[in-house]
Design a protein around this ligand. Sequence first.
Ligand code: C2E
Ligand code: MG
Ligand code: MG
Ligand code: MG
Length: 282
Amino acid sequence: HAKTQGLQRLVIFDDEMERTDHSNRKIERSLRESLTTDGHFFVEYQPIVSASDPSKLIRVEALARWRDDSGDIVSPSEFIGIAEVSNLIVPLGWKILDIVCLDLARNPGISASVNVSAIQLMSPSFASSLTTRVLRSGVEPERIELEITETVALQDTEVVVDQVRRLVAAGFSVALDDFGTGYSSVGYIRKIPFSTLKIDKSFAIGGIGGGENEALIEGIVSLSHALGVEVVAEGVERVEDFIKLNQIGCDYIQGFLVGRPTSLEVALDGISKSCLELAMQS
Ligand code: C2E
Ligand code: MG
Ligand code: MG
Ligand code: MG
């Protein structure tokens, strides 16, 4: 009896997998189609501010947005993974980079960070293509930080380390994104010349509280500083967490409290009221 139940469950699971697979293929087709025409992809920007002075904008993070055929905005969590397994992340990545470069060229005082996928970094010509593209747009590489999320794919590739070193030599800086989840390892920090470490938003989203979570953040901050790496806390939603992160010594803050991802114009002068009040107090 138990066996039959197990089998039934297996069959149901299989159906589900088939449905997911079908829907993934649909998204892939639609992505491919959207990439051939203009206007489907755009970028929202989220402010990153100084933890000791919330009115001081450090840079903005560029976040990809997709308007599909029905006009709905699809979130990156639904399409980046599919773009990666289908290699569509390569043309998509160039599209996003071009938009960011145009925006930076129009706004000389601003710096931005751009997410780069491990798949993009696995191409031996990536660093030189990116450098050429950015220079051609008139933007100085020093104004762009590339955010890399550690994955299994990243970990054991000499090509990736080589590409990152070339990018740093060209003037770009590099951030390790989503630290504290997945595959993040300290060994990796030694291999790649990161300027910035971004503590994953899961640490801050529910509130930092005291105890273990806070102790972990403190440890990450002191480890980073010992290595000459600056720290951004992501996902900061509460004033008390902002204050605590500054006390801990975290350098920069990003999160809905400071500002949600939005158009560049709004992001540039749109630091939230609660943050400005915080700035007055400090
Ligand atoms: P990420 O690089 O870690 O970007 C930060 C994500 O956290 C964004 O989600 C942002 O909206 C969200 N976030 C920021 N502050 C808060 C907060 O206070 N609370 C909560 N609940 N969330 C917050 P988004 O825009 O949905 O992007 C998700 C992920 O998709 C990004 O995570 C990044 O890994 C990937 N992604 C986005 N754009 C690109 C891109 O152009 N290229 C690549 N390769 N990946 C991208
Ligand atoms: Mg990021
Ligand atoms: Mg990322
Ligand atoms: Mg992140």
